[in-house]
Design a protein around this ligand. Structure first.
Ligand code: ADP
Ligand code: MG
Length: 765
């Protein structure tokens, strides 16, 4: 049976590690697909559990210096992924990360003073050559030349151990990563220096024995260790959105058991538990208020800044914060079913997913290391072959060595590998904070290209809570009876319109008769049998389909005001016209304006009456309206725009828009309350608000811009860095990069990429 599981991976140091692990897994029989993400340090593996177990998977990468962190109990794998207790997982690994960081910090605190010291010696000697400072006194110089080898030995074998291991694995298993490059580079500098020091006298005729490269080994290792430390530190920061979400989770809840309030851990809460929420208390799970009332701050989940009123019958969401009131609610969703648990899972998965834009960078970094190794040797060879005749052997060898080390050190695919995933992690996390849930990196990337937004009217532009406005009779039946029949029918419907009519009837105290053979008529209304007679209720289309006549003048007049008509009819005649009206959302117009200013075409798509729709469209400034459509028409409309070559995002409530949402390039579900099918759409906007759609598009643009900047700098850096380090510019400009600067540039490049990604976090949407 095929088994898809995401494992945390230990021991990844660079982007090329990801491709090494991918390649190794793919070679194994029974493994179908692998996706390794360096930024999240995870591997998503689809494998045949009978042919390879997770333990075996871990075993095959262990010689290469990696391992998988395996879930506790194998057979409970599914639970592990789903159970919300498992969401403590990232927290634990964060602890591990922190110890790793602490170790790195110790290394850095030792390495940096050593690097500064040798840098100081180096600078003095260079400046003395130009007579800028007095020459190093003999005693000092002797001292330096004895202490530097010691320091270099320490740096290479203690601080630089991972790089030596990388080199060892290359020779033993043929797998090379960035550690391999640094290992070979620094060992070459070190070995050359040791040989020169040891055979100083016999080599003097051939080489410049006064020049050693201990300082290069010291400084390069120090810089790279510092760079990795800073990178690891910022990488931890890119992922803190998940941690913040985890921290929203309450640890305990006050549950009424046997008439008493007892404090229980939230894992122990079951469906139907009555939970007491005190002022300023956290709501532990999702549920429905059964007693009391309050205002609840839902900003952490929905991004909505104003506390929301909660009274009996309203839903509350786990992780949100009560203000001053007190209430009791019945738990309806617990553990992994809660909205918060879904959000966490979705964010984790999205952060670990790969954006299509990364494919190129991945391809390059997978061949990068071997190519660089070859280039380094080519460059050394070229110096010796060509350089010797111009510069003499000693100088050519010394330049060749400098190029060799420089290329190996500067050409690290690290920045390339971090460019995309770090930005995705930050972007997805930032979205979650704003109540914008993004399913995967590909969706975030596609949203950036959207040039047409199709919006559903009800619930997206309008509040989705229409109210009863008026009733006009066309028959002898009395008002109350008409309302009773209509409300009885509507009571069976889930459409927002139905709600308006039912609550109006209930407010008037009308008692509702029983309904038989109820049937919804898609996109038009409904039918049913009340007290032996058949009735229909719905829009004008339903009536014309039945070949009944309506007073079009009255209908026109009412719909032009923006109100929605509901007609009640028998097979023979129209009985009444009820008008309901839905209010525009406050920021709908502003949001449409902002979409327009982004150059996006906005189209309204609705099953509602033409006139009603046109009225609403005018008020929000939408110029293209497609009204009176059935759900299938909605789907076809999306297809039509796509056929014109447009990239379409569709925003709807997801109830009857699901096929259209699925067809759109990006489906955006406007969610309210806890009943969110967040997995079904590409993006879910919590607290369904169209202005969030604008924010989502901005976020996508921001993230993609970040990624492109990162990729650009990462590429440029390597394109310029390698020939510079190789000495390609030496014959013309006399430029040859000191390997020390190569180390500095290398460290700087990955740190700057991560920092650039982190910038997305503080930008406003
Ligand atoms: P939309 O979500 O855009 O309103 P629907 O397909 O849900 O699209 O509905 C289309 C139209 O059918 C509604 O605008 C309304 O006129 C009519 N309709 C649907 N359900 C009902 C109902 N329960 N009562 C009255 N009219 C309804
Ligand atoms: Mg709808």
């Amino acid at each position: 049976m095929d088994h898809i599981q995401t494992y945390k991976v230990k021991g990844m140091h660079c982007a090329s590690c990801a491709s090494i692990i991918e390649k190794t897994f793919k070679k194994k029989e029974g493994v179908h697909s692998v996706e390794v993400n360096y930024a999240t340090e995870t591997a998503k593996v689809a494998h045949d559990a009978e042919k390879v177990s997770p333990e075996q998977l871990s075993k095959i990468i262990e010689p290469l210096g990696y391992s998988l962190i395996l879930p506790m109990a194998n057979d409970e794998m599914r639970m592990f992924a789903e159970d919300h207790a498992a969401h403590l997982g990232p927290n634990q690994s964060k602890k591990e990360k922190s110890t790793e960081l602490a170790e790195m910090k110790t290394k850095v605190t030792i390495a940096i003073p050593l690097a500064i010291f040798s840098g100081f010696v180096m600078a003095w000697e260079i400046l003395a050559q130009f007579n800028a400072v007095p020459a190093v006194p003999y005693v000092w110089s002797e001292f330096f030349h004895h202490i530097l080898p010691l320091m270099a030995t320490y740096m290479l074998f203690v601080v630089g151990k991972p790089y030596l291991l990388g080199m060892y694995r290359f020779f033993r298993y043929g797998s090379a990563n960035m550690d391999t490059l640094i290992g070979i580079g620094t060992s070459a500098a070190y070995l050359y220096s040791v040989i020169v020091s040891a055979f100083e006298e016999s080599l003097r005729p051939f080489l410049n024995v006064d020049h050693t490269y201990y300082d290069v080994a010291i400084v390069v290792i120090a810089f790279i260790t510092l760079g990795k430390y800073l990178e690891a530190q910022s990488k931890l920061k890119t992922g803190d959105a998940i941690e913040k979400l985890l921290n929203l989770q309450a640890k305990t809840a006050l549950v009424v058991r046997d008439g008493r309030e007892v404090e229980v851990p939230i894992e122990k809460i079951v469906h139907g538990d009555m939970i007491v929420v005190k002022p300023a208390g956290k709501i532990p799970v999702d549920g429905v208020v059964v007693d009391g009332s309050s205002y609840v701050d839902e900003a952490m989940i929905t991004g909505e800044p104003m506390p929301v009123s909660k009274t009996v019958g309203d839903t509350v969401v786990g992780g949100t914060l009560n203000t001053t009131g007190a209430f009791t609610f019945r738990a309806t969703k617990v553990g992994s079913e809660t909205l918060l648990a879904h959000i966490i899972k979705m964010v984790e998965e999205a952060q670990g997913s790969k954006a299509p834009i990364q494919t190129l960078a991945d391809k390059i970094s997978s061949v990068f290391v071997p190519v660089v190794l070859v280039l380094a040797f080519v460059s050394l060879g070229a110096w010796l072959l060509i350089g010797t005749s111009y510069l003499g052997f000693a100088q050519a060898l010394s330049f060749g060595l400098v190029s060799f080390v420089g290329i190996l050190v500067i050409a690290c695919p690290c920045a390339l590998g971090l460019a995309t995933p770090t930005a995705i992690i930050v972007g997805v996390g930032k979205g979650a904070k704003e109540g914008i849930l993004i399913k995967d990196a590909a969706t975030l990337e596609k949203l950036n290209k959207v040039n047409t937004v199709v919006v559903d009217k009800t619930g997206t532009l309008t509040k989705g809570k229409p109210e009863f406005i008026s009733i006009q009779k066309f028959s002898q039946m009395n008002d109350e009876k008409i309302l009773a029949i209509l409300a009885a029918l509507e009571k069976k419907s889930e459409h927002p319109i139905a709600h308006a009519i039912v609550s109006h009837a209930e407010a008037k105290g009308v008692s509702l008769p029983a309904v038989h053979s109820f049937e919804a008529i898609k996109g038009k209304g409904l039918r049913g049998i009340v007290e032996g007679a058949e009735y229909f209720a719905g829009n004008a289309k339903l009536i014309t389909d039945m070949h009944l006549t309506i007073d079009t003048e009255v209908l026109e007049k009412e719909t032009r005001k923006g109100n929605t008509p509901v007609l009640l009819a028998t097979r023979e005649q129209v009985l009444a016209l009820v008008m309901v009206a839905d209010q525009l959302k406050e920021n709908a117009k502003d949001a449409i304006d902002r979409l327009h200013s982004l150059g996006i075409k906005v189209v309204m798509l609705t099953g509602d009456d033409k006139n009603t729709a046109a009225h609403i469209a005018r008020r929000v400034g939408i110029d293209e309206v497609i009204a009176e459509v059935t759900p299938e028409d909605k789907l076809n409309t999306i297809k039509k725009y796509q056929a014109q070559g447009r990239i379409v995002a569709m925003a709807g409530d997801g109830v009857n828009d699901a096929p259209a949402l699925a067809q759109a390039d990006v489906g955006i579900a406007m969610a309210t309350g806890t009943d969110v099918a967040i997995e079904t759409a590409g993006i879910a906007l919590l607290h369904g608000d169209i202005s969030k759609l604008v924010k989502a598009i901005n976020l996508s643009k921001m993230t993609m811009r970040g990624i492109k900047q990162n990729l650009f700098w990462a590429f440029i850096y390597n394109i310029v860095g390698i020939p510079l380090a190789g000495g390609l510019f030496y014959p013309v400009f006399g430029w040859l990069l000191n390997p020390v600067f190569a180390g500095l540039a290398m460290a700087f490049s990955s740190v700057s990429v991560v920092t650039n990604s982190l910038r997305i976090k503080s930008k406003s949407l």
